[in-house]
Structure formats: C-alpha cells, structure tokens
Design a protein around this ligand. Sequence first.
Ligand SMILES: [Zn+2]
Length: 315
Amino acid sequence: MRAGVDIGGTKVAVCLASPSDGAGPPPLLVRMSEPTVKSGQPGALAIQVLSMLDAACARQGLTRDKLAAVGVAACGPFVRQAGLIELANPNICGGLAGAPRGLGNDWTRVPLEAPLAHALGQHRVRIANDAVAALHAERCWGALHGQQDCAYVTWSTGVGVGLCVDGRVLGGKNGNAGHAGHSFVGDIPGEPPLCGCGNRGDVESLVAGNALPWRLGQSAAELLEAAHKGDATAKTQVHVLCTLMGRLLYNMVAMLDLRRISLGGSVFLHHEELLLPLLRMELSRYFPVLTEGVELVSAGLGEDVGDYAALALLD
Ligand SMILES: [Zn+2]
C-alpha cells in the first residue's frame, strides 16, 4: 500500500492506493481532505499530515508503518534546513508578505521533510513541488503521456508550473524550478497588488484565485460566472486575466521550446470552455516560429490530478 499526500494552500488531501498496473492511474482506495492548518506552531502542518495518514490507514485496517512509500506533493517554494525540505509557501506562511495578507500567522517556513522522515523513515518519503508532481502524473497517465518537451500549469489558489525538457523533468537547486507564478508579465493600471510572496504585481498577484477577491472584489468563480453569463465588465476582466496568463505560457514556450502544455487547477478546470480558447488565442499572437503547433490542453487527469500527483512520485 502506498500513500499520496497533497499539501495545498487551501487543503491537505491524503489518499491510499496499490501500485499502478502501468495501464492507467492506480485506483484510489481511500481519499480524505481537511483545510490546511495555518495556526499554532509551524510544526502543526506536519502533525496534521501524520494524523491524516493515520486516519487513512485506519480506514483500511492498517497502521502507517505498513505503508511501502509515501509521496508528498507540496505547494512551494521549498527551502532547505540541513538539506531537508521546508515549505515557504505564500498561502501558508503569513510571515512572508506580513500582516496585510492576513493569514493569521507569522510563519516564514514550515518543516516538512524532517518530521515526516523521522516518523516514516527517510527511505519511504518522496517530496516534490505539487506542480512538478502533477507533471509526473500527467506524463504517466494523463494528457502529457509520451511528451518529451512539455509543462503542466495549475491555475488555482496560486499559479504553479512543472517543466520537462528533452524528457527531463526540471528540478533546480532547491526543487523550485517552475515557480513562474512569481515572475512578471506586465502591469495593470493602478497600484500593483501584493502577492503572498512579498512581490507586487507578479503573475500570481494578478490572476490567481487567491488574488482576485483582493484585486477585483469578487472570487474567481463569481467573476467567471458573470463573464459566462455575458456581463461586459466581467468579460473584459477575464480577457485581461487570459492576456496575462497567455503571456506567461508564451514565455515558457519561448524559453524552453515546449510542444504541449497541460492546464489544470480549480480556476481553469471550472471554466475551461471560456478560458482555453482565450489562452490559445493569446499564445498564437506571438512569434509563430516558436508557437506554431504548440498545444494547450486540459489536464487529462482533470480534477483528480492532485490525488495522482503524489502517487506518481513513487512510480
Ligand atoms: Zn508572488
């Protein structure tokens, strides 16, 4: 039995599964999720993960020492403490951007690998950035199967990217390759909004699900629903969002010569029919030599990509 743990800025999800038979994603035997703990001591998140693993195992009549391996897909960025991964995520660590973001804690980093390795054994734990893990899952079982030059992009609470070039998934010195959500693609009128990372006006601060209530006074769901119903102001705002996201996608293609990009995340998947054509249109506006034939597609694993991401780290 294997476990997958998906640590996001909004929720932590745990699943149990047997190894994949190779033909498709492994059937999930247990799935459970809870809101991400963001109060108390920084060690609270690892304690939450371990107690959820215990609860998931109990449902199968197991104890966690019977787990063969635990994959952990965690929102980044990562920092290292004595070589072990800690999380410095803007949607969990309130100390990164300070009180104006209102997360209610002053954490700047959260220990993860050390407490999990201590409790489970280092050899049983594999941790990767969630978008990188989702890229693995999409390459194993989803829309990026067989792709050598590709990326996975999640447009959700935050914006995350996993990158693969020449068949190699990119990691980087701290496993942070693909943090394109904290890059810059252009300005909007007025004071640039504050990202949870402390940047002002980066992609995540402009288009992410957590940014829109701050910036536009409505949630992504409300905005996209209004645009879907034909509200002219909402449609204009959605076009602006897709212009910004489209530029990000173009920059990735220009830098890495990608062939296919798979898109997921709750903001995108709930309004794919509205967003995908706009993103494709935006990408196709730029340097055709680089963008011709590049495919933007919806995540093959759909809403389940998060569950499978952590398990794909173990294959
Ligand atoms: Zn940022």
